[in-house]
Every structure is written in structure tokens, then in C-alpha cells.
Design a protein around this ligand. Structure first.
Ligand SMILES: [Zn+2]
Length: 414
């Protein structure tokens, strides 16, 4: 292997000529003089089209490359500008780095891979970069991956949700592909305009191919989906329905407890307070103590126990799914409406309003569980992405980790 070839391999560059390598004593770094191979010169930095040269730009410049052993490495090259018919005067593309980047592709890919696998401080120290830089790298790498493989290309079953971050002060709308489990789109906001931006990007043709959409009961999501996806059946996420139900149950427990307290029955009030978890938990997960508490509720408080049974039957609806689930739902609605428990009468009314979407979820077995797990992971990511003012950096980190955009380590087969 000749020296120049060896250096190409060591530096992890392609379509690049290595003219010379020196150890710079002042910087304590290796500086490699490079230039694009013949076919890779005079291309637009944005679209890669061959264009006429404009001028020599800012002259020679440097890019950070991966360290060699213990030593920092820089690539140095001319950075001429070209005139692109579409993009005007732009810095010519270089094969070793992404457009506008101060780091090589290999460096970017390594930093992005580490950001999804290691702690924030590990990435910063190992790569010797500021965390802000990692955010910028994540954005470049994700944009590159999405340009290569369009995640919106073959969507048919999607989940839509909103997620709060920064202690509930800010929101993202997220879209998950039910078939791959990947996060495919996210944007800051929680309104129709934000969601419409997704369908705009998807385009009319691809909107028509969407068959199933799962979401929680948020009216604004339902309205936009109805308007934009003519062929889609909306599925109500069972998780949210069960959540409404546990809220209704808790309201009953609180009312009974307050009544006991006001009536001077201190001991009873205390016992009821302790019953909260016994009522909430799935019966199969109850401890012996909680089971005893539950049978105490059954003996002493008929309405509260009825509310508990209503909650359990609604859970059964989503456990059974399909036609059996739909049949139990029908019975449940009749029972809840006649229950004389105000919070459940209201719940029944609200569930009736969402009945077609709930029945669709039972028929198609589509839940927002995948979307929820993506949301949970984004919330975790937010902790390491903390310090990014820009939601785009958080979104890029999420796309790297959950959108299948994470590159392989440089020099390894995919
Ligand atoms: Zn161009």
C-alpha cells in the first residue's frame, strides 16, 4: 500500500487525494493536505451538480477529523466557490465532509453514534467538542439520512400524539409509523397548524394511502385527520379511554372519602384513602393487603365497588378486542349509563361520542402503545438534550435514536 492510500484509509476519506501529512508542533495535531479526486471537484455543495467555478472563496480551510491514537487530526484544503444554476454562488462540495460542516463525515457519524449510545459528558470528552456542536452534528446527520431514505415514503398506519417537554411548557407533535415502530416526523407545537404541516409534507397522494390513524381523543387531531386523510379510519387509543375511566373511578373514591370526612368518620376516611391503589391496580397485580382492602370496599361501599367493577369491565373490553370487545363495550355503555354514578354517566356519554374510533381500535388492534413508548424515550432524551434552546436539536436527537437515522460507526459495514 502506498503512503497516500494508507492515509486515505486512516483518515476515513473517499474520493479524496491526500497530498501530504505533517505534524504541526504548535497545534500538537496532524494536518493532512487534501483535495477532491477529479470527478468530485467543482460540484455544488447543496445539490452536488457539476457547476462552473466562481472564485477561490475564503481560501484554505480546515475540518476536524477523527483523532489518530492520542493526536488530533485536521484536514486542510482549498474551499472554492461554484455557481449553481439552482443555488447561486455556493462553496463547492467536498467528499470528506457534509456541506457547511466543520467536521468530516466520519467525525459526524462517530459523534452521532455516540450521542445515541453514551452519556452527554462521555461524548463531549471523547470527541473534544461542545454539546452544542453535537446538536448541530445530529441535525446534519439526520438531514442526510432522511434525504437518502424518505421515512414518509410508504406510510399506511400511523400514530399521532402530542408530547410535553420542559416541564410541560413546550410541546411536540409526533408521528410514528405503526409498521416499523419508527418515529417519522416531529415538530414543535400542539395545534392544527403543526399537524397540518405534516400532511402538507406528506402530500395529497400519500395522504390517500393512509388507512389507519391512532390518536388520543384530542379534538384537533381528529379534525385534521378527517379533513386530510379521506381513506383513513381513526382508532381511539385504548390507553386514553382506560385513563379516563380511572379518573372517573378516582372521582367516586374522592366523593365517598370527602363525605366520610365531613360526616366525622375519620377512621373510614383513612381506610378509603388507603384504598386508592387497590382500586387502581389491575386485579392480577394486587398484593394480599390490597386484595383485603378491595373486599372491604365491596362489603362497606356499594357505589365505589360498582365503579371499580365498571373500570374492570372496560379493561376487559380492550383485553378481548375484536367483536367480543365490541359486544362487551355495548353492555358496558348500557350499564354505565344506568349506574347512577355521575362521573360514569358522563364517561359513558363521552365514550359514546368516540365510539366509532374506539370500535375501530378494537377491530384493527391498533393502540398508541408504540407512540407512547416513543414519547417516553423522547422525555428521557430531553434530559440529555437539555441545554439546547432549539427544539430542532431535540427532534434531531430523537430521530437519530428512534427514527432509524443513526449512522453505523465509520469504517464498519452496515
Ligand atoms: Zn446546487
Amino acid at each position: 500500500m502506498r503512503n497516500a492510500r494508507l492515509w486515505e484509509r486512516l483518515l476515513g476519506v473517499e474520493r479524496t487525494v491526500v497530498d501530504g501529512v505533517v505534524f504541526n508542533e504548535d497545534d500538537e495535531a496532524i494536518v493532512a493536505s487534501v483535495r477532491p479526486r477529479r470527478g468530485a471537484t467543482r460540484r455544488c455543495g447543496i445539490c452536488e451538480h457539476r457547476c462552473p467555478r466562481y472564485d477561490h472563496g475564503q481560501g484554505r480551510r480546515r475540518w476536524r477529523a477523527l483523532d489518530l491514537g492520542t493526536v488530533q487530526v485536521w484536514l486542510e484544503a482549498d474551499a472554492p466557490r461554484v455557481t449553481c444554476p439552482d443555488h447561486g454562488v455556493v462553496v463547492a462540495s467536498v467528499p470528506w465532509a457534509r456541506h457547511g460542516a466543520g467536521h468530516t463525515r466520519a467525525f459526524d457519524d462517530m459523534a452521532a453514534w455516540l450521542a445515541t449510545h453514551c452519556s452527554k459528558s462521555a461524548v463531549q470528552q471523547l470527541m473534544r467538542v461542545a454539546w452544542r456542536t453535537v446538536g448541530a452534528i445530529a441535525r446534519r446527520v439526520v438531514a442526510d439520512a432522511r434525504a437518502l431514505v424518505d421515512p414518509l415514503a410508504s406510510l399506511t398506519r400511523i400514530g399521532i400524539d402530542e408530547i410535553s417537554y420542559e416541564k410541560g411548557h413546550k410541546y411536540l407533535v409526533v408521528i410514528v409509523d405503526h409498521d416499523t415502530g419508527h418515529l417519522v416526523w416531529a415538530r414543535a407545537g400542539r395545534d392544527t397548524k403543526t399537524l397540518e404541516a405534516f400532511f402538507d409534507e406528506l402530500g395529497e397522494e400519500r395522504c390517500k394511502r393512509i388507512r389507519l390513524v391512532s390518536a388520543d381523543g384530542a379534538g384537533w387531531i381528529g379534525d385534521v385527520v378527517k379533513a386530510r386523510c379521506a381513506n383513513a379510519t381513526r382508532c381511539m387509543d385504548p390507553f386514553h379511554v382506560v385513563k379516563w375511566c380511572t379518573d372517573a373511578l378516582d372521582e367516586v373514591r374522592r366523593d365517598v372519602w370527602n363525605a366520610a370526612r365531613r360526616g366525622g368518620m375519620k377512621a373510614l376516611a383513612g381506610d378509603l384513602k388507603g384504598a386508592r391503589f387497590a382500586l387502581w391496580k389491575n386485579p392480577e397485580d394486587l398484593t394480599a393487603n390490597q386484595q383485603a382492602k378491595l373486599s372491604w370496599v365491596q362489603r362497606t361501599n356499594a357505589p365505589l365497588y360498582r365503579a371499580y367493577l365498571l373500570k374492570e369491565q372496560l379493561r376487559l373490553v380492550f383485553k378481548l378486542r375484536g367483536d367480543a370487545g365490541i359486544a362487551v363495550l355495548k353492555a358496558w355503555l348500557a350499564w354505565a349509563s344506568r349506574s347512577k354514578i355521575p362521573s360514569f354517566v358522563r364517561l359513558a356519554r363521552s365514550i359514546r361520542g368516540h365510539r366509532p374510533a374506539i370500535e375501530a381500535a378494537l377491530t384493527h388492534g391498533l393502540t398508541n402503545a408504540r407512540v407512547e413508548s416513543v414519547n417516553t424515550k423522547i422525555r428521557l432524551l430531553q434530559r440529555i438534550a437539555f441545554g439546547y434552546r432549539d427544539p430542532e436539536a431535540l427532534i434531531a436527537m430523537a430521530m437519530l435514536d428512534l427514527g432509524g437515522c443513526c449512522p453505523t460507526l465509520p469504517g464498519r459495514a452496515a
